[in-house]
Design a protein around this ligand. Structure first.
Ligand SMILES: *Cc1c(COP(=O)(O)O)cnc(C)c1O
Length: 386
């Protein structure tokens, strides 16, 4: 039994604000009645603003993985080649999902310390004179490494090559936390989820859909039923769904969007950037290494911290959970045991971060990881003066 609030500092699911929890606690309503249509219409403008688009956004009752699948089955056909940048564990999982759907993913190799390489993607597309590649898949914020890919530069490479492939981007751990512009950046499908920057529980998946993606859907041949955009978009015209939507979570979404609007999206992005910088100063104050190798690609929502050889990141996490009731992100895939991840996204402020970093510093000391005890002090200096 722990008193006080659990510190949920994994990079999603994130802490849900009390306002959102109260909104979700409202009685369940008839999803075919007028109140639901009002709820739906309240949500859509704010949701489009978060994606940075005028395009339709389909909201599925699903995990982020479901929204990944939806993006592919609506736009592609069996055997289609898709290019996917190997940024880390989530990119690898998405590639696996693509091949299980009968697509042929071609991986643009990466070292899990950098974002997707725009030049490598550009070279591959320039050589694809028959336009065999039907889509380029990029994870905007690779949650397993804390590295953000430069989507506008990737778009520019597609344009330079004059290549017709669709650009499909996973923003599950960046949306609502860092600058993102589905429309301006020319993204065809943007994939999102509820449980990270949007401050909701898990359970909603999103697809923002460009005109080109809708056109591709008209001829795409992969089987689709539940994930089919068309019936959802048709019912959405009148504020409804072809099946039972997650009404309670949509109440929460309406409230979360109001909160993002009250703070202002630009201010929300700045807040995340500032907390990420404070976190990195703490890591350097400990004398530890950050997994992300390129400062242009630092994630504003999650920082992966590399432990010195011979030290087990999961043991550090276990001690911190047991002693200080704080959850940190585990190392995923090939980073298992070698990194832990600090989530600094969503419903979060200076003192939440200060508390989280205190827990990490004490945990590192308790597990005898050789650190300098200057991380918290460096972060507090920055928070005080910035
Ligand atoms: C969390 C996450 C996912 C998976 O989302 P689920 O809701 O767990 O299915 C996919 N991609 C990224 C970048 C994520 O952070």
């Amino acid at each position: 039994m722990h008193s006080g609030r659990h510190f949920l500092q994994i990079p999603g699911p994130t802490n849900v604000p009390d306002r959102v929890l109260r909104a979700i606690a409202a009685p369940v309503i008839d999803h075919r009645g007028p109140e639901f249509a009002r709820l739906f219409r309240d949500i859509m403008p704010g949701l489009r603003r978060v994606f940075g688009t005028e395009d339709p956004v389909v909201v599925f009752p699903s995990s982020g993985t479901g929204a990944w699948e939806a993006a592919l089955v609506n736009t592609l056909s069996p055997g289609d080649e898709v290019l996917i940048a190997e940024t880390g564990h989530f990119a690898a999982q998405w590639a696996r999902l693509a091949s299980r759907l009968g697509l042929r993913p071609e991986v643009v190799p990466g070292d899990w310390r950098h974002g997707a390489d725009p030049d490598a993607i550009g070279r591959r597309l320039a050589g694809d004179t028959r336009s065999a590649v039907k889509a380029v898949l990029v994870v905007h914020n690779e949650t397993s490494t804390g590295v953000t890919s430069r989507i506008p530069e990737i778009r520019a490479e597609l344009d330079r090559a004059g290549h017709p492939a669709l650009l499909i981007v996973d923003t599950i751990s960046s949306l609502g936390s860092m600058p993102y512009r589905h429309g301006e950046w020319g993204v065809d499908v943007t994939v999102g989820g509820s449980q990270k920057g949007l401050m909701l529980p898990p359970g909603l998946g999103f697809n923002a859909i460009s005109r080109r993606a809708r056109d591709a859907a008209a001829t795409a041949g992969l089987p689709r039923a539940y994930w089919d955009w068309d019936p959802v978009l048709a019912a959405n015209e009148n504020g409804f769904y072809p099946y039972t939507p997650a009404t309670s979570l949509l109440y929460g979404l309406r409230e979360a969007l109001v909160m993002l609007d009250e703070e202002g999206l630009a201010a929300v992005w700045d807040r995340h950037a500032r907390h990420a910088e404070a976190t990195r100063r703490a890591v350097r104050g400990w004398g530890l290494e950050i997994q992300c190798a390129d400062p242009r690609e630092y994630s504003a929502s999650v920082t992966a911290v590399v432990l010195p050889p011979g030290h087990d990141a999961d043991q550090v996490r276990e001690v911190i959970l047991g002693k200080f009731d704080m959850s940190l992100g585990t190392g995923l895939g090939r980073l298992a045991g070698r990194v832990f991840r600090i989530g600094h996204l969503g419903h979060f402020n200076d003192l939440t971060l200060a508390g989280a970093l205190c827990g990490v510093e004490m945990g590192l000391q308790l597990t005898k990881v050789p650190i300098e005890p200057n991380g918290v002090a460096a972060a507090l200096d920055y928070l005080r003066t910035s």
